[in-house]
Structures are given as C-alpha cells and as structure tokens.
Write a protein that binds this ligand. Structure first.
Ligand code: ADP
Length: 298
C-alpha cells in the first residue's frame, strides 16, 4: 500500500506562499479509546495514528463504517482526548490549549443533526462568535454581540449564500439550507481550520458540488485548512488535496488522491473490488461500483 506521511514544513497549495510554516496539525502515535484503556469491553478506536495536516490544504478522511473517522475528527476538535500520543495545532500542543482557545482556531461542523432548536438562521450563525465573545459583555441571552460579531456573521452568511434566509427558523429549512447554515456558523468563528463530518451526506448533487466548491474557494482565497470526513470516495478524490484512508482505527494509506485511490487499497480497506479510471476532466481517480456480474469480494 502506498503510505506517505506528510512531508513537513513547506506549503505547496495555492494558498501557501510561505515556506517552512508550522503544520496545521501534527499527530504523532495517537491512540484513543472510549472509556478506560484495559477495562473490560473497551477497545482501541484509533491506534498509532501519525499524520500531518498542512496549512491551506483540504484533507479527506475516508474509511469504512466504524474505522474511526468521526473519533479522529473529535480529537482534532478537542472534544475528546487521546490516551496516548500528541496533537499539535500550529505548533502548540492541544493539551495546553483551553476549549475556548481551540475554538478560536478550529471550527467543527458535526454530522447533520435533526435535534435543532428553533433559532433563526442569523441567530444560529451568530452563535459561531461565542469563542470570541468579550467575557464582560457575556450574558446568557442575545445582545452581547458587537459590530465585529455582526460583520463576521453577515460575511459568513454571504459566503454560504444564506443571507436571504436570515430571519427563517433553522427548523424550517431544507437539508441543503440547514447544512449551509451550519457551515456559516463555523465560518463566523473565523477559524484557521474547518473540520467537517460528512457535510454532504443526504444532499443532492447540486448541493454537494456547491459545498465542495465553497470549501475550495475558502482554501484558495483565505488559506483555510479543511479536514473533511466523507463516505464519498469520488468526492474525496476530486476535491481533496490529500486523503487519509482509515482501516480499523489505523492509517492504511495516506497521500494524494492518485496515490491513495487504487483498486488494491480500496480492496484491502473496504473488502470489495471497484473499477478505477481517470476522470475525463480532472484526470484524478474516478471510482465506479462494479456491475452486478462482478464478484463483490476479490
Ligand atoms: P466512523 O466515523 O469511521 O464510522 P467512529 O469514529 O464513529 O467511526 O466509531 C469508531 C468506533 O468507536 C466504533 O466501533 C464505534 O462504535 C465506537 N464509538 C463511537 N462513538 C462512541 C462512544 N461515544 N462511546 C463508545 N464507543 C464509541
């Protein structure tokens, strides 16, 4: 299997003009389980994960159900802590950062969650400003926001093309509108890193392409670093700069889409045979499901 860890230092994306910058994330020998290691029924969900996320890149995390993708994203967002190994965020240990400090750099968009409260779109997006709030101005209700907060929220709504929905309740939106609202809330945080868990699940093709295009634009124009968990191998192949493919909590393959998306890697990680050819437009790997006459297993 091709296994290429991050090369460290030099930024080589469209956003990266500077050399030898800190990695957005540097993960070394990370292991994680829910519960106490060694306790009965507790098993490692992530094991010996070493990888880097470069500033200004879109990194895709793919892998079968239960391979640890969401858990890895939670560790990056500091919503959970590894029992072993280190995570550095722009050269600072995540352990030493408070949740609020982390949230000033990292925004997390969890999986589509139906349990939404009936706030308006504008209120929901404004909530992204919580990590930047002035403590002295903080109250449990609204009214704490200052001009910067309102400007950031308005810009985020503009970017995600939901300004016209500002007064609508999030509970009354379509799936695509709701997802754009959640991403706008994350952008209002003004993060350097955006973490997204299955942002295009349940969306139609047009909305999938729309969200991926915005993420690429934010990478190019603002140098935003994006880590995106996706089940969609084609989306990862076409839109991500690099891909980490997980199997049973370990990094099975890591590199550019061309390095990672091979028939052999997919067979070993997913246990099925797919067809892979070059996308006619981008030349990147295009993954096709086998026809019904082909055996699923090799
Ligand atoms: P993926 O995102 O690749 O589907 P997850 O990270 O969600 O994988 O889950 C990896 C493993 O961790 C699974 O076996 C899952 O059952 C387990 N797991 C996930 N969340 C929890 C939790 N809160 N408590 C205990 N086990 C969990």
């Amino acid at each position: 299997m091709s296994r290429r860890q991050g090369e460290g230092g030099r930024i080589d994306t469209a956003a990266g003009a500077c050399a030898d910058a800190a990695q957005a994330y540097d993960l070394s020998e990370l292991s994680f389980c829910y519960g106490r290691p060694g306790a009965q029924d507790v098993r490692w969900v992530l094991q010996d994960v070493t990888l880097q996320v470069k500033p200004g890149e879109i990194l895709g995390i793919v892998g079968p159900n239960g391979s640890g993708k969401t858990s890895l994203l939670k560790l990056l967002a500091k919503l959970a802590a590894p029992q072993m190994g280190d995570i550095a965020l722009f050269d600072r240990s995540l352990t030493g950062l408070s949740q609020e400090e982390t949230a000033q750099t990292v925004a997390f968009v969890p999986q589509e969650n139906a349990q939404l409260f009936p706030f308006t779109v504008a209120e929901t997006v404004l909530m992204g400003r919580f990590p930047h709030r002035q403590r002295s101005n903080w109250s449990l209700g609204f009214g704490w926001e200052n001009q910067d907060d309102c400007r950031a929220a308005a810009q985020a709504m503009e970017t995600m093309d939901i300004a016209h929905l500002a007064a609508r309740l999030v509970t009354d939106l379509s799936g695509g509108e709701r997802q754009r609202t959640m991403i706008a809330r994350a952008l209002a945080q003004m993060p350097r890193v955006l973490l997204l868990d299955e942002p295009t699940a349940f969306l139609d093709l047009q909305h999938q392409i729309g969200i991926c295009s915005v993420l690429r634009r934010l990478r190019d124009e603002r140098g935003l670093t994006v880590v995106i968990v996706s089940h969609d191998l084609n989306l990862a192949s076409q839109y991500c700069d690099r891909i980490a493919m997980l199997k049973d909590g370990r990094v099975a393959a890591m590199g550019t889409p061309s390095e990672v998306m091979s028939v052999e890697n997919v067979r070993e990680v997913y246990g099925c045979t797919v067809l892979i050819d070059a996308h006619p437009e981008s030349g990147l790997p295009r993954i096709t499901l086998p026809g019904p006459s082909l055996p699923v297993h090799p």
